[in-house]
Design a protein around this ligand. Sequence first.
Ligand SMILES: C[S@@+](CC[C@H](N)C(=O)[O-])C[C@H]1O[C@@H](n2cnc3c(N)ncnc32)[C@H](O)[C@@H]1O
Length: 258
Amino acid sequence: MNPLLRSVFWGAVKIPAMRKLLSVSAMKINDAMQALSDQEITAIYERYKEFTRIPAQGYAINLSVLGNIPVVNGCVVECGTWRGGMSAGMADLLGAERTYYLFDSFEGLPDAKGIDGESAISWQSDNNVDNCRTEEQYAHDVMELSSAVRVHIMKGWFNSTLSGFEPDAPIAVLRLDADWYSSTAECLNYLYPFVPKGGLILIDDYFAWDGCSRAVHDYLSANSLADRIRTVGSSLAYIVKSDMRAVQSISTEKELVS
Ligand SMILES: C[S@@+](CC[C@H](N)C(=O)[O-])C[C@H]1O[C@@H](n2cnc3c(N)ncnc32)[C@H](O)[C@@H]1O
């Protein structure tokens, strides 16, 4: 076992009581999460920090949102996983009964375009060496360390891996972390319809990149969805999917007028 994996592994087994607590049923997990302390959230981050690009505070905010909103039944999908450290943390919270799907090219980000904003284009030209490229094997290794049992690593560009994809259950948690407009739009177009009422959509880059926020606004608007975008400061945006459609309220107004 390489040194990185060994340190993560020993970090994990030091808190077996927590792992046991977190692998009970979904309902109990949500109850248990209310009692999760900052130290416990930090322990999860410490376990997986070499497998995520998300800084400690942002990672904790993601876990706190998952812990404070009832998570409906269904699978968990992350689009833009890099080495899979965030998916692993979600799996430890949400338990082994769900299936975990990790979508990534593992070849790095596609080129940012004008719609992604000047800052995205200049960030990418400065970060060309890395550009979020990584080895797929990390994602397999980290999910092996987590509580997840059913894991599918969907390697490739979203426009090919999403085509024809059908999750084994409604998507309880859809986590979008793919930075740019086209990547975020592809995921929303294909996967949002699989999210049931009450399902959670976590949007990592909403405040980071113009392209991401524009893709979210465009998708909601184009589909006449009145779903609210909630935020935790300017660190994370998320949606709890409703079944409200703006078009319904518009037609009701028309009926009232006529
Ligand atoms: C910021 S990283 C994800 C960070 C990750 N969630 C974590 O916990 O560290 C963005 C990822 O999105 C992936 N990505 C972006 N657009 C993509 C696309 N169109 N198809 C496949 N992967 C894409 C990149 O390969 C990259 O690994």
